[in-house]
Design a protein around this ligand. Structure first.
Ligand SMILES: Cc1cc2nc3c(=O)[nH]c(=O)nc-3n(C[C@H](O)[C@H](O)[C@H](O)COP(=O)(O)OP(=O)(O)OC[C@H]3O[C@@H](n4cnc5c(N)ncnc54)[C@H](O)[C@@H]3O)c2cc1C
Length: 578
């Protein structure tokens, strides 16, 4: 711990001349910042979960993740993350002489972050990769989020929107390779002139976001060209993140009903499409990312998928961004935990490190449990995506798990996120609440957490989506699949056995709407426990069941593990420098 003499620059006006300029005190007992940790190799929970779900992942992929972990933990990229947040994007609607430009100007550090995240192939790349690619990407998403979550918005939308392009082969032919390119090309140019592109999604309007059927943006048929049926769009979007993206997938009312349209920023003839950015949102957090309000003034859009089938088309994309919300939150939880562990190990109070006081050990160990459980559940969803995309699902089990666990993971992991961030912040005491240079890292995490819970479908919408997945004939197979999913941990803990015995029967589609959150929570906890049994040490599984399943009151406040919990082992496993 460094001790630094601290001198006041202004000498006193009267007397004490001999002490003018003398040090007033020494700065000590202030922890050093957490930097230089490898965010992949230093995360035992993530590595174990990845090894379980993707045992055949090659040495190259693992080396790539280790390289990403080193970069994401480096002081150099941490400085870029800070700068990108301290200098948020600026909208220029017009140029100097009054022409409409609708350009968003970013600090150069944002470009560096986008360059690195795309170089590691966390956006559209996995769709061009073989089996395991989506799991590699999911692990990388958890890692990079810990450096800077704002850039993960365009990264996630590009990832989610890419498969929709397959519904329009001509668009796919022109765009897919550029979406998969491990590069960032920020130049505002038509697609043909670029070597890499990013995509966004526009659904939410002023009068409704959860209920997209309320969309009023109109699409009128305009003819046909190389990209298929062309429409002109008139209307608006109230939230339209990453407006600098090269194209957005947009919902609009066509003559045949709500449909999905591909709306590029630049038209093939080299002119700007008529998508006008009204203003950027003034957000609680997520400051490095631009989120905007736009108007379509006869913008050109090419139909993607069937006319009138826009909702299922968008929901397919939404399912992927929902998974990313869970992955991102797991990453933020891990980051907040590491900061708390790092700080409390160095900070002394009442004669010893804060981390060695029994009650703080309970808090830290409890946070570590939730962090690992969040990673486990989010990666489980990624496995179901990977297996179904690559046709490695002979029994259909993975497809059922993908449908069931996507809303469950988005709901539960994100719901825990804000609570988690508050507690981790408190571990740092007053320093946790301070925005050093305007954007303290812990404060940044705290502000980001609610966003993952709100966008792409807020908590209620997720819980209701779980109920929807169980309606009619879907309930029976889902119940059987859940029972099979939990089977490997049966007999390992009495509290788990009680939940696992009762839960599948609750997937009968008869749960009233007002109890949907409780069902989502219980499915999440049961699956998390079953996963921890399979890929974490026994003490993690047992501690999780003892606390989350046998003592549900432990969900109310962290630091509620029973006295016999393996505090040291949980903390040691989670420690970033272990
Ligand atoms: C920073 C940011 C960026 C965003 N970027 C984008 C973007 O790029 N593209 C895009 O399309 N959207 C974007 N969104 C919008 C986001 O997806 C929506 O805000 C979200 O889906 C909720 O919609 P809403 O705001 O209209 O809320 P509402 O739909 O009005 O919902 C309000 C509340 O009511 C609840 N609710 C709604 N229906 C029910 C029901 N039947 N039963 C019980 N409760 C219900 C919801 O859970 C929510 O808590 C962004 C949002 C934010 C904050």
């Amino acid at each position: 711990m460094s001790r630094t003499p601290h001198a006041d620059a202004q000498p006193p006006r009267h007397g004490l001349a001999a002490e003018a300029g003398a040090p007033t005190h020494e700065v000590f007992n202030q922890p050093e910042p957490l930097t230089g940790a490898n965010l992949f190799t230093g995360d035992a929970g993530l590595r174990d979960a990845l090894a379980f779900h993707a045992p055949a992942l090659g040495a190259d992929a693992l080396a790539g993740l280790a390289a990403l972990g080193e970069e994401a933990g480096s002081a150099a990229l941490q400085a870029h993350a800070r700068l990108a947040n301290e200098h948020p994007p600026v909208l220029h609607t017009h140029d100097r002489v009054g022409r409409r430009v609708d350009e968003v100007e970013f600090h150069p550090s944002y470009g560096v972050l986008m360059d690195r995240v795309t170089a590691h192939g966390l956006h559209g790349t996995p769709w061009a990769d073989g089996p395991g690619g989506h799991l590699r990407r999911a692990a990388g998403f958890i890692v990079f989020t810990q450096l800077e979550p704002s850039v993960m918005c365009p990264v996630s939308m590009t990832y989610a929107a890419t498969p929709a392009l397959q519904a329009n082969p001509a668009l796919h032919a022109d765009w897919a390779a550029r979406v998969a390119a491990r590069a960032y090309d920020a130049r505002p140019l038509p697609v043909a002139a670029k070597h890499a592109v990013t995509l966004g999604m526009g659904m939410t309007e002023k009068q409704g976001g959860s209920d997209v059927r309320a969309n009023t943006t109109r699409a009128e048929r305009d003819g046909e060209d190389a990209w298929g049926e062309r429409f002109r769009l008139v209307g608006h979007k109230w939230f339209f993140s990453a407006p600098q993206s090269d194209a957005h997938l947009v919902l609009a009312q066509a003559p045949g009903g709500l449909s999905c349209f591909f709306v590029p920023r630049w038209l093939p003839d080299g002119t700007r499409n008529a998508v006008q950015v009204q203003r950027l949102k003034d957000k609680l957090g997520n400051h490095a990312n631009a989120s905007s309000e736009v108007e379509f003034r006869g913008a050109f859009g090419w139909r993607v998928g069937e006319e009138g089938r826009g909702v299922p088309q968008i929901l397919a994309m939404g399912a992927l961004t929902r998974m990313d919300c869970a992955l991102g939150t797991a990453g933020l939880m891990r980051q907040a935990l590491c900061l708390a562990l790092h700080h409390t190990a160095q900070r002394q109070a009442f004669g010893k490190p804060v981390a060695s006081h029994p009650l703080m050990r309970n808090v830290l160990a409890d946070l570590a449990l939730d962090s690992e459980a969040a990673t486990a559940l989010a990666l489980r969803v990624a496995r179901s995506v990977d297996r179904t995309v690559h046709g490695q699902d002979p029994t259909g089990h993975e497809a059922l798990m993908r449908r069931l666990l996507t809303p469950v993971a988005k709901y539960w992991v994100c719901k825990r996120g804000s609570h988690f961030a508050q507690e981790a912040m408190e571990c740092l005491g007053g320093n946790g609440y301070v925005e050093e240079g305007g954007h303290g890292v812990m404060a940044r995490i705290y502000r980001e957490m609610p966003l993952n819970s709100i966008w792409e479908g807020a908590g209620n919408i997720m819980a209701l989506d779980l109920l929807r997945s169980l309606q009619g004939p879907q309930g029976g197979p889902a119940a059987e699949a859940l029972a099979a999913e939990l089977a490997p941990a049966r007999g390992a803990h009495p509290a788990f056995d009680r939940l696992a015995a009762a839960l599948p029967a609750r997937l009968d589609g008869a749960t009233p709407e007002c109890e949907a959150r409780m069902l989502a929570r219980d499915v999440a906890l049961a699956v998390q426990a079953a996963l921890l049994h399979q890929h974490a040490p026994d003490f993690v599984f047992t501690a999780f069941c003892d606390a989350r399943l046998a003592r549900p009151e432990s969900l109310a406040a962290y630091g509620s593990l029973p006295a016999a919990a393996p505090f040291d082992a949980l903390i040691q496993r989670a420690h970033p420098t272990a």
